[in-house]
Design a protein around this ligand. Structure first.
Ligand code: ATP
Ligand code: MG
Length: 403
């Protein structure tokens, strides 16, 4: 006996009323894409859950992929049997034997949505539990904190027996809430901001500012590697690499030192906003966290934000560094972010940037030079790459339009 299917629970999705159908359809498309590497798998949708039928594909590997799909609250590998007590007992025994360690405990949690089934939940718990106690050595029942919780569900379409509940990502299916432009540096914060936005269903396109020769090829590669970690959650991600050297040099020529950082941020934001418009995105996301560094005071945000009315969304605004690092570890970007290559801002940061820049001052400094041609040129010369998750490399552009 082997797990033949995975039962998928949607959680929060079910709260979405009229949009529910749309979300469920999106989730199904996303799961199909994330499991492209396992061609035998099939997805079955019922009104309150989904099944992935394994058809011989390896559960452990499929599990790893599903654990990264947004919109799944939890899932359980299951064995489907006929609504027949002996078959159900055999499946439950199989699951316990696989997971049991001598001296361990278990519990049977029966549920019955098919009320016509001849045993009620108490009888089921008793019958199946006794079967386990008779056939497994050195095991006891613990209804409060069992090592193995065997879930038995009697539904219209059959009986389902499962022994493991795997927590999913939660959130909304990837690409279900419109497009957003993520300002992605090689640092720790912005990948986490991108991940959190994606978790709310935002279709993220990344913009990265690159200043060769001050920043190396390896600094760029670092950002692409981070993007590929993010792509693990969505199948693919677009990255726009903006050549920023000329603008940075000009800022250092034209703007007084205390204000170069504010101006750099304003120029970045103007360019990111142009790229956002060109790609029909609705908002800009960044990795700012209040008070973390000089550019992340409210005064700074006010002075930087002055260049656009576009919503600037900051998923990390109230988070401590410790919390951010915890997420960066979970999504596996921390190690890449910690690689030592400098990014464009680190190199050009003056020794004492203003922590309380004045908007009227920076506007006055910038007004002495016509920045528009340089900004336009940077947008024009932006290089766009599509980074795909592992195992998803062959997806052609036709397919891209689907998501
Ligand atoms: P991060 O770890 O995300 O780099 P940080 O704490 O180092 O953040 P800053 O370097 O001040 O903070 O950057 C603030 C935000 O500005 C970043 O989170 C990112 O969204 C954006 N940003 C900074 N540098 C770049 C860059 N080279 N390309 C694109 N966006 C950038
Ligand atoms: Mg940074």
């Amino acid at each position: 006996m082997k797990y033949d299917r995975i039962l998928i629970r949607y959680g929060e999705l079910t709260l979405k009323g009229r949009n529910r159908k749309f979300f469920v359809r999106k989730l199904k498309t996303n799961i199909r894409m994330m499991l492209r590497r396992f061609p035998q798998t099939q997805i079955e949708t019922l009104h309150d859950r989904m099944y992935v039928l394994l058809n011989g594909e390896p559960y452990d590997q499929v599990k790893e992929r599903l654990a990264k799909v947004f919109g799944i609250q939890s899932f359980s590998p299951a064995i489907r049997t006929e609504k027949d007590l002996d078959q159900i007992k055999a499946a439950a025994l199989h699951i316990v034997k696989q997971a049991h360690i001598p001296g361990g405990t278990f519990k049977i949690s029966a549920r019955r949505s098919d009320k016509s089934f001849e045993y009620d939940t108490q009888q089921l718990n008793y019958e199946i539990g006794s079967h386990i106690l008779i056939n497994v050595e050195d095991i006891t029942v613990d209804v409060k904190k069992p090592d193995i919780n065997v879930i038995v569900e009697i539904r219209g379409e059959g009986a389902f027996v499962s022994g493991e509940v795997v927590q999913g990502q939660g959130g909304f299916p990837a690409r279900s809430s419109g497009k957003g432009t993520l300002m992605l540096s090689g640092g720790i914060d912005s990948p986490v901001a991108g991940y959190l936005a994606m978790k709310r269903g935002v279709d993220i396109e990344a913009v990265h500012f690159h200043s060769p020769p001050y920043t190396s090829e390896r600094a760029k590669q670092k950002v692409l590697d981070i993007a590929s970690k993010l792509a693990e959650f969505s199948g693919r991600i677009k990255v726009h690499i903006v050549p920023f050297t000329e603008i940075q040099e000009k800022i250092h020529e034209k703007i007084p030192e205390g204000y170069t950082m504010t101006s750099t941020r304003r120029m970045m934001l103007r360019i990111a906003d142009e790229i956002r418009k060109k790609n029909d995105a609705l908002a800009i996301f960044n990795g700012e966290s209040l008070g973390q560094v000089a550019s992340q005071t409210m005064e700074s945000m006010l002075a930087i934000n002055e260049v656009t009315n576009t919503p600037i969304l900051r998923p990390l605004i109230a988070m401590d560094k410790v919390e951010i690092i915890k997420i960066a570890t979970e999504i596996d970007t921390l190690e890449i972010s910690n690689r030592p290559y400098e990014d464009c801002c680190t190199i050009f940061t003056p020794p004492a940037p203003k922590t309380r820049p004045k908007t009227d001052k920076i506007v006055a400094f910038e007004s002495k030079f016509d920045w528009a041609p340089l900004l336009e040129k940077a947008v024009e010369e932006t290089e766009t790459l599509v980074i795909r998750s592992e195992g998803n490399e062959q997806a052609n552009d036709n397919h891209l339009n689907l998501f």
